[in-house]
Design a protein around this ligand. Structure first.
Ligand SMILES: [Zn+2]
Length: 148
């Protein structure tokens, strides 16, 4: 009898701490994932900043146009990947903030719960799969509008 009571007590606690369909353990797991990604990205960004010196040396040593364009491309790629890393870092910080203010796991467009499987695969997700598809379709159609 006591066991059953305790069991129900735990069951109730589980219900209370569930936020947006996620229990505490799931939120902790996703938070850890985000923090690991965050530190990895920070290391990558630091490393790419440090290698700027090497790039300047490389750019200074190019002699013909072909070498120059390779150096440009190398520089562009490096800048592009750093930009990508910084925007990913921003997305992670936003997700961590949503965890803090308890809005994590809820779609920013339709306010539905985001499936745990989606968050597990993509912890920075701020839209449910349906709204993400609508969002991407709208953006894709905009991207294909001729500029003239
Ligand atoms: Zn949605």
């Amino acid at each position: 009898m006591v066991c059953i009571k305790i069991y129900y007590l735990f069951l109730n606690i589980d219900k209370v701490i569930e936020v947006n369909g996620l229990n505490n353990a799931q939120v902790d797991h996703l938070k850890n994932k985000l923090q690991k990604q965050r530190s990895l990205l920070s290391t990558m960004i630091d490393a790419s900043s440090a290698s700027d010196v090497d790039f300047a040396t490389l750019a200074g040593e190019v002699h013909d146009k072909a070498d120059e364009s390779v150096a440009d491309l190398f520089g562009d790629t490096q800048i592009a990947s750093r930009h990508r890393a910084i925007s990913e870092l921003t997305a992670i910080d936003e997700a961590l903030l949503r965890i803090k203010n308890k809005s994590y796991g809820r779609c920013i467009d339709c306010n539905d719960e985001i499936a745990y499987s989606r968050l597990e695969a993509y912890p920075v997700a701020k839209r449910c799969i349906r709204c993400k598809e609508i969002f991407e379709r709208n953006h894709e159609s905009l991207a294909h509008v001729p500029s003239l």
